[in-house]
Structure formats: structure tokens, C-alpha cells
Design a protein around this ligand. Structure first.
Ligand SMILES: Cc1cc2nc3c(=O)[nH]c(=O)nc-3n(C[C@H](O)[C@H](O)[C@H](O)COP(=O)(O)O)c2cc1C
Length: 365
């Protein structure tokens, strides 16, 4: 029988040029931190930054900043728009209904009632053009696959590409498109579900089931994501055939993370043992710790405007609640293993995780 390669010498570490095949999950919507991304890259993993909300100039500046903070590879993540999503407009009726639904929360938080005008979002093609021109070592995508010409351009510039699949079918689409590394994101994961072929409720495969099926179906190396926080889960992911792991929630609570205090406090509490999939905050299903807002709007979830309109509508409430330290009206994104995350720095967490995985890797000796 051929000897198994050591867990820290997989195709993922080789392709990315990193020491440990441990990826920091990108956090979109302004939740990423350059300090955290650089810390992970400087410790031998792959630091990532979610740039979905940034204008092209911001992306250029971000790549420059991260390159000055680490000599090692790092990753910048964008959201591929789903068809029609960015063109959707809010009708006067939707605006009125939304104002009615959200007013009680606004009143509680002492901010002006009524619906805010929807946010405008940067154009994806312009974001991608800026990203390719800035030439970071790694770029990643969620909610779909970029165009063949963009992937060719990435290859020509020696940029490694990563994309997320939530189902085997999505993984096959990414593999056929020539994506270098596929993240198999199980439904245990925190934040938005990245489904792009079917509705989210038909794309909810747990990490334990998804990873080996994706490994069997694709030729690209697979990174397991969703509910991974401690060494036992990393070990399990490699046993399932993954050649890397992507960790989000456990890094979100570290000291280098700029997640809000209210968010970190909830993630560190027993309350984070329970999570739900909810679209009340952004109009798109995401895993979060339940609170008054998820429960209050649950009954009307299917009537709410989709992403990104709902995200713009709830933003003033989420911001005010975050400033007030009130967890009941904040999108408390969380994966299912939040309570296994240790407190402290990301550097310590990563080093201890690597040591612990090494200790329990008898197949490597
Ligand atoms: C706060 C938060 C924001 C996220 N934003 C993004 C994003 O913008 N793009 C992306 O590809 N994944 C995003 N994710 C998913 C993570 O990158 C990662 O795959 C996931 O958190 C792994 O599951 P875990 O949270 O159980 O560790 C986000 C996750 C969280 C918790």
C-alpha cells in the first residue's frame, strides 16, 4: 500500500506554497481583518480577507497593504453575483412593509424608524479586474464560478484560484472550470451558505457527508470547511480525504479578529451551542446564533426582499445594536463548533492546533 503523505505536505500546501494546509476562512461584509489575515499567513497558514463589499480602489489598496504585512501567500475573496441579484429594485410597497416590520426594533434601539434606502454594491466585474491587476498570490470565490477568461487571466498571472462548493454537483462544475482548489463547505459552516446551483434548502449537506463525496468526484485538491475548530475535527477532515481545512468561526473569536465585542462574547458563550439558518438579516440564508430578530421575523422570512436589498434595509439596525452591545438585533454569524474555539490569539491557536494534529497523526510516523 502506498504510504500516505503527511497531513502537512498535501497538494493544498504545495499549490498554495504554505507550511500548514490550514486556511483562514474569508469574512465578507467588513468582518475581515488585515491583522488576522497577516497573522495566519505569517504563522504558516493561508490568511484570507473577504473583499465583497470593497470598491475596486479599496481592493487595490488592500492587496498592497497585506503584501506589506506578510511575505507569505494570502487570499482575497469575492462574491460572484447570482443572476439578477444586483439589478433587483425595492418597490414602494416593499419599502413600506419593511419599515413596518423593522420599526419596533428601530424604536427599541433609539434610531429613526422607517426603512433606509438600499445600499449600492460595487460591480463584480470591476472588482475582479482590480483584483487580477493587483495580483495577490491567491484569489477565492463563493456563490459561483468566475468566467473562463478571468480564470485564464489568473493563471497567466500565476494567481492560485479557490472556489466554494456546497454540493457535489457544484464541486464538479468548479473542477470542470479549472479551479485550482475546491473548498467543500458543509452546512455546519458559519455565515452565508454559498449555494449557486440549487436553492439553499436543497444544498444542505453536512461536512462529514460532503467532503468524501466531493473528494471522490473531483480531481482538484479539496479543502474541508464547516464546523472545524479543534484538532480532532482537522484530523477527521484529513481522514475523509481532504487535503486542507478552512476555519472561520474559531478564528473570528481570536484577539486579532475585528469582529465586534458583542459578537465575540456570544460566540464564546454556551448560547453559541445553538445555531439556525436565517435570511432575515441579508435576504440570503446564513448560519447564525438565534436572537430576537431571527425569531421575530421568522414567520415572514419568505416575504422579505432578497439579497442585497434586505441587507441594506437591516444595516442601520444591526449597526446601532452592535454599538449598543445588544446581541438581539445583530447578525451573529456562527458555525456549529463555535464553542470548541479557544480564546486568545490566532497565532497561539494555530500553533497549538498544528501541534495537536501532529500528536495524533500515527499514519505519519
Ligand atoms: C462572519 C463570517 C463571514 C463569512 N464570509 C464569507 C465570505 O465573504 N466569503 C466566503 O467565501 N466565505 C465566508 N464565510 C465562510 C468562511 O470563510 C468559512 O468557510 C466558514 O466559516 C467555515 O465554517 P466554520 O465557521 O464552521 O469554521 C464567512 C463565515 C463567517 C463566520
Amino acid at each position: 500500500m502506498p504510504k500516505k503523505r503527511p497531513w502537512n505536505n498535501t497538494r493544498v500546501s504545495e499549490v498554495l506554497g504554505i507550511t500548514f494546509p490550514i486556511l483562514l476562512g474569508p469574512f465578507g461584509g467588513g468582518m475581515s481583518s488585515v491583522t488576522l489575515a497577516a497573522a495566519v499567513s505569517n504563522t504558516g497558514g493561508l490568511g484570507s480577507f473577504g473583499a465583497n463589499y470593497l470598491a475596486p480602489e479599496g481592493i487595490t489598496e488592500l492587496v498592497r497593504e497585506l503584501a506589506s504585512m506578510t511575505p507569505n501567500p494570502f487570499n482575497i475573496n469575492l462574491w460572484v453575483p447570482l443572476p439578477g441579484e444586483r439589478e433587483a429594485e425595492l418597490s414602494a410597497t416593499q419599502l413600506e412593509e419593511s419599515a413596518q416590520r423593522l420599526s419596533p426594533y428601530a424604536t427599541l434601539l433609539g434610531i429613526a424608524p422607517g426603512a433606509a434606502p438600499p445600499q449600492s454594491f460595487p460591480d463584480f466585474d470591476e472588482q475582479l479586474a482590480a483584483l487580477l491587476a493587483a495580483r495577490p498570490p491567491v484569489i477565492s470565490f463563493v456563490f459561483g464560478v468566475p468566467s473562463p477568461s478571468a480564470l485564464l487571466e489568473a493563471r497567466a498571472r500565476s494567481i492560485v484560484t479557490i472556489a466554494t462548493a456546497t454540493t457535489v454537483d457544484e464541486a464538479v462544475v468548479l473542477d470542470e472550470a479549472g479551479i485550482d482548489i475546491i473548498v467543500a463547505s458543509g452546512s455546519d459552516a458559519g455565515g452565508h451558505r454559498g449555494a449557486f446551483l440549487c436553492d439553499v434548502d436543497e444544498s444542505l449537506v453536512g461536512t462529514m457527508s460532503l467532503v468524501p463525496q466531493v473528494v471522490d468526484a473531483v480531481s482538484a485538491p479539496v479543502v474541508a470547511a464547516g464546523g472545524i475548530a479543534d484538532h480532532r475535527q482537522v484530523q477527521a477532515a484529513f481522514a475523509l480525504g481532504a487535503e486542507g481545512v478552512q476555519i472561520g468561526t474559531a478564528f473570528l473569536v481570536t484577539s486579532e479578529s475585528t469582529a465586534s465585542a458583542v459578537h465575540k462574547d456570544v460566540l464564546k458563550s454556551a448560547r453559541a451551542r445553538t445555531t439556525v439558518l436565517t435570511s432575515v438579516f441579508t435576504g440570503r440564508a446564513a448560519r447564525a446564533v438565534p436572537n430576537e430578530m431571527t425569531r421575530g421575523l421568522k414567520g415572514v422570512e419568505s416575504e422579505l426582499p432578497g439579497y442585497p436589498l434586505q441587507s441594506g434595509l437591516t444595516l442601520p439596525i444591526r449597526r446601532a445594536a452592535t454599538s449598543a452591545g445588544n446581541p438581539e438585533f445583530v447578525n451573529l454569524w456562527a458555525g456549529q463548533s463555535a464553542v470548541l474555539a479557544p480564546s486568545g490569539s490566532a497565532v497561539d491557536y494555530l500553533r497549538r492546533l498544528v501541534d495537536a494534529v501532529d500528536e495524533v497523526s500515527p499514519n505519519e510516523r
